[in-house]
Ligand binder design. Structure first.
Ligand SMILES: C[S@@+](CC[C@H](N)C(=O)[O-])C[C@H]1O[C@@H](n2cnc3c(N)ncnc32)[C@H](O)[C@@H]1O
Length: 267
């Protein structure tokens, strides 16, 4: 555990889960970067970069004359990314800080990518205003966040598992706004950005596909963290037993939390 933990934690298993999550969502990220016209020679901020799975891909994209500024408050994730950047020979400037203390140079950013980065805080307006100041005119902000986490459901619905999903959902809004994606068009517009594109992104997972691992690893890692605050150990065990049963059921599926992509430009 680190000093300044955020709600999902930053331990090794969580880092691996973020890797799986990136594999599941990397196609959407690449499409979005195309929309944002991210390209060689640019300076791009990866806000809340985590272990930097996107920072690494973006660094290949901007090449030796461009730069990725990767910001995260987790020292463990930043250390991991620094090691990767060295191994790959990539131009990534990491900064270990929380968003409140981050300092960015005015008009220095050609692009910003933020994925699952804004849902964990309560002062999104302030942070977006800070980033706006740092964007160059014509710079593009590409965001991927949840629009409706509560779409998370299984077929068939299993009582202990569905209850656990509901408890997890409620846990998020104590420290942030898990569905911040739906607010982004308004927040971006208020900050002075012009929204140029928006689309919903949803996934249905079936057993034995990689997409299944996304909700599965989330539940396996996150639910035990709720023991004592929202759950008993027995309730978590029952929910995870439901999940294991679901995986063995013919025709089972999981509708994942719905995401949204918002792309906005600084005039
Ligand atoms: C779900 S992870 C997403 C990581 C990465 N963007 C990705 O798509 O794989 C959220 C990240 O936001 C970071 N984070 C959360 N709150 C933060 C804050 N207030 N300041 C800086 N980083 C924060 C966490 O440390 C974590 O790495």
């Amino acid at each position: 555990m680190e000093d300044k933990e955020y709600i999902l934690g930053t331990e090794k298993a969580e880092l691996h889960r973020l890797g799986i999550q990136h594999q599941v969502w990397s196609g959407e990220a690449r499409e979005a970067w195309k929309k944002g016209e991210f390209s060689a020679g640019q300076n791009i901020l990866d806000l809340g970069c985590g272990p930097g799975f996107c920072s690494i891909e973006l660094a290949y994209m901007v090449g030796e004359y461009g730069k990725i500024i990767a910001i995260d408050q987790s020292q463990g994730y930043i250390d991991f990314l620094n090691a990767q950047a060295t191994l790959h020979g990539l131009n990534i400037k990491t900064i270990c800080t929380n968003y409140d203390d981050m300092k960015l140079m005015d008009f220095s950013l050609d692009g910003v990518y933020s994925r699952w980065a804004l849902a964990w805080i309560t002062n999104q307006e302030e942070i977006i205003a800070k980033i706006y100041k740092a964007m160059a005119p014509g710079g593009v902000f590409v965001a991927h966040e949840y629009y409706d986490w509560a779409t998370f459901q299984t077929e068939p619905s299993l009582p202990a598992l569905q209850k656990a999903i509901n408890v997890a959902f409620n846990s998020f809004n104590k420290t942030g706004n898990i569905n911040i994606g739906r607010k982004l068009p308004e927040l971006f517009t208020d900050a002075g950005l012009e929204v140029i594109s928006i689309r919903p992104m949803s996934k249905i997972a079936i057993p034995d596909e990689l997409t299944w691992e996304w909700p599965k690893t989330f539940l396996e890692i996150y639910l035990p963290k709720l023991v004592s605050t929202s759950f008993t150990k027995k309730e978590v065990q029952e929910a995870l037993m439901d999940l294991a049963d679901l995986e063995d059921m013919e025709g089972a599926s999981i509708l994942c939390p719905t995401m949204v992509e918002v792309v906005a430009v600084k005039p």
